[in-house]
Write a protein that binds this ligand. Structure first.
Ligand SMILES: Cc1cc2nc3c(=O)[nH]c(=O)nc-3n(C[C@H](O)[C@H](O)[C@H](O)COP(=O)(O)OP(=O)(O)OC[C@H]3O[C@@H](n4cnc5c(N)ncnc54)[C@H](O)[C@@H]3O)c2cc1C
Length: 545
């Protein structure tokens, strides 16, 4: 059709058909530094695949046509099925194909967790909903592999052939696992759980129990099994609750309804009731909370990666737009005030990616006491700070697009609605900060050693040294720790990010990060004082033209 009233001009082209790996220097260099170099080629290919126009289209489809619950069939039989759009299956198949659901654990080798993290960080930029079942499956593996019967399910967990069919496990090519802890009366305070478990015969690890009760949030409800917390007398235990019983019929897990969520639309999250659902006791009897907290220690790292992913995609979309859109006679990226905003956003994204990969590197080094302490402290701190910062940063990226940013046809509205969930699930912000205090208190000597290393990494910079000094002074006042826990977690993350950037990023990145995060600005993106040369160097490194 001929357009008769006007010609469409000054609307930027879509950002598609680009390589997410090749264009991200912080990611690429982080992978090499943290030990993932043997996977660089595979990550390069995955970055190119994800960036194809078709994947952007399918991601929008998967979120526009979210899952539907079919509780009953037309004859009134309870079926508890969930219908997914084919685009969802496509993205799940990609995560399995790349081994993200199990990658770090199949063959523990240097860099395995880093490679998985990098793939995750790219996948989350295109379709974030499919990360949830991927994360929970991966996090269940280190918990389940301690069980005597793990070998029976290991081949299915390690298989890269995604099989989303809701059928008994015996007939499947792979499997997925979810987690069920949160109940109506409490999610952070797991001791409020009321779901009960009674042994069918003998009690103890590996024995079968019957569960009665409910879970208020139960994501990926068609997973082949969930790890569920339930009361066994006065204590709590963890149970492996399969979707199908070994007899070949459905287990007693009734899907009550699906949550109508702000974002995360492609992924299903249900409310469920357990009616004599059979489950096998996992881990030490009575130590269920500790067992599931171990699982959550891995899912929390993925929340950091997921937020770093959303932040990166929002940032590159903002940069792409600013390089093409004109206002007042030049492109947005040439306007000095917009440059300040974009440069500040670039720093946030680079710092988030760098820290996330460092955490993945620490997971690869599990068993090394120093690294374990570092990860125990920094994982909850990073989950608190990176997931919170991403919410504000993504909103700012949306504004770079002006009105188009707010419209559902574009990518930013979906990214914006997706971002807050990483801050809420797997332990909300305050719970993370309290966890940082617990981790610091658990092994005070190692915590002091960790701060000593941080002091070395900050040496020579007066602002960093002063902030670290203040942080140590706070730590010396136990009575005031809890109300100040957010401040402490924030300062820890900023200091670690600054130290990492000093060590590994171009000097302009480290200098501008330290100046903007430790002295000026800070309340809003773009309220910083960078020189034109600094801005040009920063933006060129963050998103090559
Ligand atoms: C989309 C989605 C999917 C989810 N999927 C799952 C799932 O698959 N499995 C599952 O088990 N859960 C799931 N959850 C639940 C999620 O983990 C919980 O919502 C979360 O842990 C918080 O629990 P709550 O909602 O009961 O809030 P509450 O525990 O009531 O907490 C409310 C607020 O109070 C704060 N708070 C709590 N205690 C303290 C304290 N001592 N000091 C200061 N502040 C405190 C918290 O940080 C939070 O901000 C999901 C949630 C969402 C949104």
């Amino acid at each position: 059709m001929n357009w008769t009233t006007h010609k469409v001009i000054n609307q930027p082209p879509e950002l598609v058909d680009y390589n997410l790996y090749d264009t991200d220097a912080a990611l690429r260099e982080g992978v090499l530094r943290e030990g993932g170099s043997s996977d660089a080629d595979s990550l390069f290919r995955y970055g190119a695949l994800l960036g194809q126009r078709e994947n952007f289209r399918l991601a929008a489809e998967a979120n526009r046509h979210g899952p539907e619950l079919q509780a009953y069939d037309m004859h009134g039989h309870r079926v508890d099925r969930i219908l997914f759009h084919p685009a969802w299956t496509h993205f799940m198949a990609l995560t399995y194909g790349q081994g993200m659901h199990s990658g770090g654990w199949v063959e523990p080798r240097p860099g395995a967790q880093v490679a998985r993290a990098a793939a995750y960080l790219m996948h989350g930029q295109i379709e974030a909903g499919s990360l949830c079942p991927t994360t929970m499956t991966a996090a269940a593996i280190p918990v389940l592999r301690k069980e005597a019967w793990f070998d029976r399910i290991a081949p299915l967990l390690f298989s890269r052939r995604y099989d989303g069919r809701d059928i008994p496990l015996e007939n499947k090519t792979s499997m997925s696992i979810g987690m069920g802890m949160t109940e109506k009366q409490g999610g952070s305070d797991l001791r409020s759980n009321t779901t009960t478990a009674q042994p069918i015969g003998r009690a103890g690890r590996g024995e079968i129990y019957r569960l009665t009760g409910h879970k208020w949030f139960f994501s990926a409800p068609t997973s082949d099994a969930h790890l569920v917390l339930a009361r066994t007398g006065d204590a709590f235990s963890c149970f492996y609750v399969p979707r199908w019983r070994s007899e070949g019929d459905r287990n007693g897990i009734l899907l009550q309804r699906l949550k109508d969520k702000l974002g995360n639309k492609s992924n299903a999250s249900a409310e469920v009731e357990f009616q004599d659902a059979e489950g096998v006791l996992v881990g030490e009897p009575g130590r269920g909370i500790a067992t599931l907290v171990e699982m959550a220690s891995y899912t929390r790292l993925d929340c950091v990666l997921g937020s770093a992913a959303l932040l990166r995609q929002a940032f590159v979309q903002a940069m792409h737009h600013a390089r093409h859109r004109q206002a007042f006679g030049s492109t947005l990226v040439q306007q000095p005030l917009m440059q300040s905003v974009l440069a500040d956003l670039a720093l946030e994204s680079i710092a988030a990616t760098t820290l996330a990969l460092r955490l993945a590197g620490a997971l690869d080094a599990a068993g090394n006491p120093e690294e374990d302490t570092w990860r125990r402290v920094m994982a909850p701190a990073a989950k608190f700070w990176v997931c919170k910062r991403a919410i504000t940063a993504v909103a700012e990226c949306m504004e770079v697009w002006g009105g188009n940013g707010y419209i559902e046809e574009g990518p930013l509205a979906r990214i914006y609605r997706e971002t807050p969930v990483n801050s809420i699930w797997e332990g909300s912000g305050n719970i993370m900060c309290l966890d940082v205090l617990r981790a610091l208190g658990r092994s005070p000597e190692q915590a002091q050693a960790m701060l000593g290393h941080l002091a070395q990494a900050c040496a020579g910079d007066a602002m960093l040294t002063a902030r670290l000094h203040a942080l140590r002074a706070h730590l010396a006042e136990p009575a005031a720790l809890e109300p100040r826990a957010r401040r402490l977690a924030r300062d820890l993350v900023l200091l670690v990010q600054a130290a990492l950037l000093r060590q590994h990023a171009p000097q302009v990145v480290a200098d501008t990060f330290i100046r903007s995060r430790f002295s000026e600005g800070g309340q809003v993106f773009g309220a910083c004082d960078f020189t034109p040369a600094e801005i040009a160097a920063l933006l060129a490194w963050a998103w090559p033209d």
